[in-house]
Write a new protein. Sequence first.
Length: 216
Amino acid sequence: MSEKPTEAPPREIVPRHTWVFPFMSLVFKGYLSIAGWHVKGRENVPATGAVILAPNHVSLLDPPLVGVSCGRWPFIMAKAELFHGIVGWAIEQMGSFPVRRGGADRKAFKQARKSLEAGHPLLIFPEGTRSRTGALGKAEPGLLMIAHAAKCPIVPVYIRGTERAFSPRRPGFRLVRARITFGKPIDFSQEYTQKGGRELFEAMGERLMHEIEALK
């Protein structure tokens, strides 16, 4: 479902391992296919160039689901708590980089900017953490700050089904029937001409979450 990228990864982001990423992608595709896996709107993801993929977040399965469904290999901004031991090494080798939650992480923002400047897709969860109820939360300003600086499109994404495993409500392993829908890129070109600030980012965040909600 995904294509092998030809562009070189940006500096300061660990390049994907030559076999870890393809192997884990194959394993995850097999896992998803057993119970059923449906992708809608993949054509809405630009085939080339920088783009931010912005999904709702209910399970630890969400990042690899987006990765194997979008038709490209995105870099992923993930919480720093995941980057420990063999699991941390594996997700780093698959193109993820850590972000410290609860404040402005300049290093993570810089890595995100470099990824987008190099023309890569970038996966960021606007809510910043997994929903404990399944309901959509408020968008954190970080994603909008990055998008405003990079002047790139944002593709809203809605995920369902993954809440049945590796989620706050159902933490164990189970087969899931995953459904993922990619919406049309949101045109923030007018907002990108304005000076960034709290009110602007809040308005952009409200519009983004409304577009994700509409994909349900």
